[in-house]
Design a protein around this ligand. Structure first.
Ligand SMILES: *[C@@H]1O[C@H](CO)[C@@H](O)[C@H](O)[C@H]1NC(C)=O
Ligand SMILES: *[C@@H]1O[C@H](CO)[C@@H](O)[C@H](O)[C@H]1NC(C)=O
Ligand SMILES: *[C@@H]1O[C@H](CO)[C@@H](O)[C@H](O)[C@H]1NC(C)=O
Ligand SMILES: *[C@@H]1O[C@H](CO)[C@@H](O)[C@H](O)[C@H]1NC(C)=O
Ligand SMILES: *[C@@H]1O[C@H](CO)[C@@H](O)[C@H](O)[C@H]1NC(C)=O
Length: 351
């Protein structure tokens, strides 16, 4: 009976449009997020800045879920934009990035509740008492956390609190509140975000085992011991072509944190080059990118990689490091660079 049915259906099936044509071969480059998920990551993501929202080609790639399964607002959720006047909240710039990401089905890493930089004038232009500043901090986190209540996979609760030597950075927070400002921020974040939001400490130059990463690990260990909420450490990974940390160095740094029971993520990956660029430099950059992504893929509890934008013309690098640039995966013409292909090939090798 079965074979009869099958045989009698054959002419019908072969008459269907498309039947008999060879199935298209799977794309070799189906997109970074597609490949990253197959390799075991939760996401491959990108930061997006508000300055480029009117560029249709940029936006079509930025919100293409095959390329990027996760989005971070580069600037839109920073204090100076979110609370430009005391207790006056403006979510326009954050929403401009977060809402299209939700619509596109991309995860969001939200960035950042507390940083020493890009603070509003009203906050930095006068001295506060400790009590006043703690109140200001709680009010800021409360409002922003409630606005994005369940919209963020993770929040960078505190950003860049340490100096490279492992001491705490002198800034308005440390100088006014003392070192407990960090745990206060995490407690406020836990109180006002959704219970499933992952709370991260995020910093640069912690991608090797050094004084700074060791200090951050000590913070995590102390928080765990005292039951202060913390779920993850973000390694920014702003690297320089040719002097980026090796795969082994990054792997060892990731372990510093994951062995304490928190997850990790590479949160701001880019690899900047001394200009003019060359084929040799691009090949080195490709290796540097790939080492970082591979260390995350191979590391236990490294959940994903975010590039700090994917398109050279909007990179923060040329403005911050004169003479350097070309730090991203796609060049000014939206052409994929060797780094794009090498990262893709490495991720594809886990299939
Ligand atoms: C999204 O990106 C993938 C991978 O690059 C590509 O194959 C696909 O055509 C893109 N989709 C759109 C709508 O541009
Ligand atoms: C909120 O921010 C947006 C973007 O910067 C700005 O255009 C708008 O005027 C602001 N709204 C208010 C009420 O200040
Ligand atoms: C803040 O305090 C410092 C040190 O006491 C003082 O030098 C400075 O003038 C004060 N700034 C303002 C804006 O009051
Ligand atoms: C690292 O910390 C040790 C003390 O803990 C100090 O002696 C050393 O100078 C520091 N190294 C750097 C590069 O800051
Ligand atoms: C982009 O394309 C134009 C025209 O082909 C070319 O002149 C330019 O060098 C390209 N830019 C980059 C960064 O490759």
């Amino acid at each position: 009976m079965k074979s009869f049915v099958a045989l009698s259906l054959l002419p019908l099936i072969s008459a269907l449009p498309g039947h008999g044509k060879p199935k298209p071969a799977p794309l070799k480059y189906p997109g970074l997020d597609v490949l990253a998920k197959k390799a075991g990551l939760l996401y491959f993501g990108t930061a997006i800045d508000n300055v480029v929202l009117d560029n249709k080609q940029y936006i079509s790639i930025a919100h293409n879920r095959s390329e990027f399964g996760q989005v971070t607002p580069s600037n839109g959720q920073k204090w100076m934009y979110i609370e430009p006047q005391r207790n006056v909240f403006n979510y326009t710039m954050g929403d401009e990035i977060v809402k299209p990401a939700i619509k596109a089905g991309q995860m969001r890493r939200c960035h950042t509740f507390l940083w020493h930089n890009q603070l509003p004038e009203w906050l930095t232009s006068q001295n506060w008492t400790k009590t006043e500043l703690v109140g200001i901090l709680e009010n800021h986190i409360k409002n922003e956390a409630r606005h994005y209540y369940d919209e963020c996979y993770a929040w960078d609760v505190v950003n860049e609190a340490y100096n490279d030597d492992g001491t705490l950075r002198s800034d308005i927070w440390l100088d006014t509140i003392g070192k407990e400002y960090i745990e206060l921020a995490f407690k406020f974040a836990r109180k006002y975000t959704s219970p499933r939001t992952r709370l991260y400490y995020n910093d640069y130059n912690i991608e090797t085992v050094n004084n700074k990463s060791t200090a951050v690990a000590a913070l995590v260990k102390d928080f765990k011991k005292r039951h202060i909420p913390i779920d993850g450490v973000g390694l920014q990974a702003h690297f320089v072509t040719g002097s980026a940390p090796s795969y082994d160095q990054i792997s060892a740094a990731l372990k510093l944190f994951t062995k304490l029971g928190v997850e990790t993520a590479i949160t701001e990956l880019d690899v900047r080059t001394q200009l003019p660029d060359s084929a040799e430099k691009m090949a080195q950059q490709a290796t540097d990118y790939t080492n970082a992504v591979k260390a995350c893929v191979d590391g236990d509890d490294c959940v994903g990689v975010t590039v700090w934008d994917f398109w050279d013309p909007v990179s923060w690098v040329p403005e911050t490091f004169p003479g350097q640039g070309n730090a991203d995966l796609l060049d000014a013409n939206f052409t994929r660079k060797p780094a794009y292909y090498k990262v893709s090939d490495m991720l594809g090798s886990y299939d």
